[in-house]
Design a protein around this ligand. Structure first.
Ligand SMILES: *Cc1c(COP(=O)(O)O)cnc(C)c1O
Length: 239
């Protein structure tokens, strides 16, 4: 039976190999382990194997796990404060306070109103919330995210909110028929990212392009992803 530690190692090897193929420094691609639907025990196993950034889609489930891990960390002082939690699922207005109070990153911002609430509700004692704007890069019908042409304006607005730091863009391209097609989809997100940074509209350029999951992380890294979000390959199928 493979363990979470072994599967995590395989994912790290995939990232390393993809970076080598792409001629990129493996240190330039971060791994967020997507622990949605898996329990705090699974997260603990990954932490023991050296993983510290985790992604959650469902707010209530994520907050419960964050709090469970904080209790574990309090009992084990070496771990205190090292975990980093990424909200990667849709955020409704009535959930912004929970998100602002518990997560470190929100990668799924696609409306100014949500960004404003997150900024207002971010507790003063915590570091600013790190933000990625979600882009619907291929116009997928049932997907949230900004249309590509809307991204620059919202980026400019989010960058001015006091308790947020705009870090970059996140996208979830539709499954592609092959590697080349997947690369092309991811490359369009990279092009948008580069175009906004080059426009000079932001005082501080974005540094994070969150692209790539279990099925397409190689294509994403080839296209320039700096952060892959991987669930299934680490924790197993979600049924
Ligand atoms: C579930 C999810 C992932 C992880 O997907 P896998 O295919 O299990 O690796 C990544 N990003 C988002 C936004 C997700 O919802």
């Amino acid at each position: 039976m493979t363990t979470i530690a072994q599967q995590l190692r395989l994912v790290q090897d995939r990232i390393q190999a993809a970076c080598l193929t792409a001629g990129r420094d493996p240190a330039a691609v971060r791994l967020v382990a997507v622990s949605k639907t898996f329990d705090a025990q699974a997260v603990s196993e990954a932490v023991l194997a050296g993983q510290w950034a985790f992604g959650e889609n469902y707010i209530a489930e994520g907050v419960e796990k964050i709090q469970a891990m904080q209790r574990t960390q309090a009992a084990c002082s070496g771990l205190a404060g090292i975990l980093e939690w990424h909200c990667i699922g849709p955020v409704q207005s009535n959930k912004t306070r929970l998100v602002a109070e518990h997560f470190d990153w929100v990668q799924s911002v696609d409306r100014l109103k949500i960004a404003q609430r997150l900024s207002e509700q971010r507790p003063a004692g915590l570091a600013p919330l790190q933000i990625c704007l979600q882009v619907n890069i291929d116009g997928g019908a049932n997907k949230s995210g900004l249309a590509p042409e809307e991204v620059q304006a919202l980026a400019g607005q989010v960058a001015t909110l006091p308790r947020l730091v705009l870090r970059g863009l996140m996208a979830i391209p539709e499954p592609a028929i092959d590697f080349v097609a997947a690369c092309a989809l991811h490359a369009s997100a990279k092009a948008l990212f580069d175009q906004i940074n080059a426009s000079g509209a932001l005082a501080t350029p974005m540094d994070t392009l969150s692209l790539g999951m279990t099925a397409d992380l190689e294509a994403a890294i080839q296209a320039g992803s700096t952060m892959v979000r991987v669930g299934t390959a680490i924790f197993g199928g979600r049924g």
